[in-house]
Design a protein around this ligand. Sequence first.
Ligand code: 7TS
Length: 406
Amino acid sequence: MDVTSIREQFPILNQEVNGHPLVYLDSAATSQKPLPVIESLDAYYRQHNSNVHRGVHTLGTRATDQYEGARDKVKNFINASSTEEVIFTRGTTTALNMVAYGYARHQLKEGDEIVLTEMEHHSNIIPWQQAAKYTGAKLKYIPMEADGTITLEAAQSTVTEKTKIVAVTHVSNVLGTINPIKEIAQIAHGHNAVIVVDGAQSVPHMKVDMQDLDCDFYAFSGHKMCAPTGIGVLYGKKSILEEMEPVEFGGEMIDFVDLYDSTWKDLPWKFEGGTPIIAGAIGLGAAIDFLEDIGLEHIIEHEQQLADYAQDKLSTIEGLTIYGPKKRGGLVTFNVDSVHPHDTATVLDAEGIAVRAGHHCAQPLMKWLDVTATARASFYLYNDESDIDRLVEGLQRAKEYFGDVF
Ligand code: 7TS
């Protein structure tokens, strides 16, 4: 992959922060945006801005065509069976909540089980806790191995006849663990449960194929895959979406409204009440074109090489602990002995290096790791080995700086 020419597409990367060239290692929080995406937003607002699915006027038709064109791009990108299965949402969190409200709360009853893993982001825990409280269902967790992976045997013995929903992340935002989704889907289906997948950290980096994985629901966010904030996707199998209730009622999602009752539009629009995130969807379409031009197979390969390189380099730093399995997605989570991760991140920031520190919205996982917080460097297609070399230098500096204190 030609990282130099890819970087030229990301104007934000070409700047100094605190007197040093910026090294952006926080793409798991949000990715930067390439020129074609920025330009798609500019063109939309300069030339086509209008509401969708409403009037017959020319701008309205153009906006609608572009918005629905973006849905078509998403459908092809994830190999859904049809555009009816692609619902635009605000992001992963909204998509998972839609399933918890529109599906789980209507389907679950007392004694039913929802199966999760301990590596989930809060967005794939709390909606299920709330649905469980509302319905009387119980939460169960697939236990993890010491390296932060889950085995199919563990999944097999946690999922039972009582399980109605299995909700699991494809890639952990803390450990980088890549879960065997296709096999877990088979286990769920073997017990007549549906599988809901949090794809926030997978879709930006690797090819996902809805028909091959055979997931019932799959959620992801545009902003982690070069698209704007405020746009995301809920994929759902058509047969299940037809049964699922809308969660937002109002304009645009209705077929017919009477004083005391109403009927809904067909899929996917019954789930898109109100004026949708039109520019965001168009920007997501542009991001998909951009990523497909480079090739998702090249992106994941590049990131896994970076993750290997980072693990090798970081492990030369004395007193540094890396969390998670060797084979992983493009991120490395770590702690430096006696240095609080926020201090690590602050020293790195002074060197122009952006990493995230904190609990990464995964407090149960922090408890499992027996830490309160960690630092995390996450990579994307615009990073290369020199970024990791800068990170290692910055960490040496953090150690020197805090070494005197402890
Ligand atoms: N699921 C996972 C696995 C995530 O990593 C995130 C965001 C979400 C869900 C929520 O996505 P949102 O777009 O709805 O906010 N993760 C992170 C992170 O790791 N650092 O900042 C946000």
